[in-house]
Structures are given as C-alpha cells and as structure tokens.
Design a protein. Structure first.
Length: 128
C-alpha cells in the first residue's frame, strides 16, 4: 500500500458500475448515492465510490474499465483527495486498442493516471 495513501472518489457511477466495483473490492470500497444540488436535474440515480489507492484498487478499477466497452476509449471522472485535504477533479481517458486488451496494458494506464509509485504498479501487476 502507499506510504501516504490518497483517497479517490469515482463519480457518476450507474447502479451496475457500483455493483461491479463492490464485487471486486468488497469492504474496501464505500458506495454512496450522488447528491444533486437543489433545483438541479441529473440522472435519477447515480453513485460515487470512495476508495484508497493501492494495488487491489488499481486492479479492480482496471477490470471494471475492461468491462465497460469492448473497444475504443473509456472515460471516467474522479476526484482525488490527497493527504493535505486538497481535492482535485480529473477526467481520465483509457485507450483500449483491441476488443480484449491485456490487463497489464490497462493497469499501466490507470497507474500512470493516478501517479502511483513503482512498488504499487508492481504489486498491482502481480495480482493479474
């Protein structure tokens, strides 16, 4: 696990997305319904997931992304909350070059996006 773990929130999840992530991570994830500000409209039921970055989380996110589309680019939005309490919203695009890209290719892209250190990358790769 990271020496100073960062927490991320994956936003705009459908019920199926939330279920798939929960299946992979069990108790290592918190799923909560999105709260819409007053007088605004949005998807009737979206969720966000709260996770601590680490090898298991990287693997689970990678597997979830592989299920989302058979080919092409996959986007998702997340917020990263670092140890200093600073929250930054980012949108990431993962490129799937074939209908069944190697898990390692997706894990590598996810790790690059989250800027995790080499030990976390190696640990995530060892889980596949």
């Amino acid at each position: 696990m990271l020496e100073n773990p960062e927490t991320i929130r994956i936003l705009d999840l459908t019920k199926l997305d939330a279920h798939e992530l929960k299946e992979e991570l069990g108790e290592n994830i918190q799923i909560q319904p999105e709260q819409l500000p007053p007088n605004t409209f949005g998807e009737p039921l979206t969720f966000f997931a709260v996770l601590v970055l680490g090898p298991l989380t990287i693997k689970a996110i990678s597997l979830w992304l592989m299920k989302r589309r058979t080919k092409g680019n996959v986007r998702f939005t997340y917020e990263i909350m670092n140890k200093d309490g600073i929250i930054e919203r980012r949108t990431v695009e993962i490129i799937k070059t074939s209908s069944s890209p190697p898990k390692a290719e997706i894990i590598e892209q996810v790790c690059k996006e989250f800027k995790v250190d080499e030990s976390v990358i190696n640990a995530a790769m060892s889980l596949i």
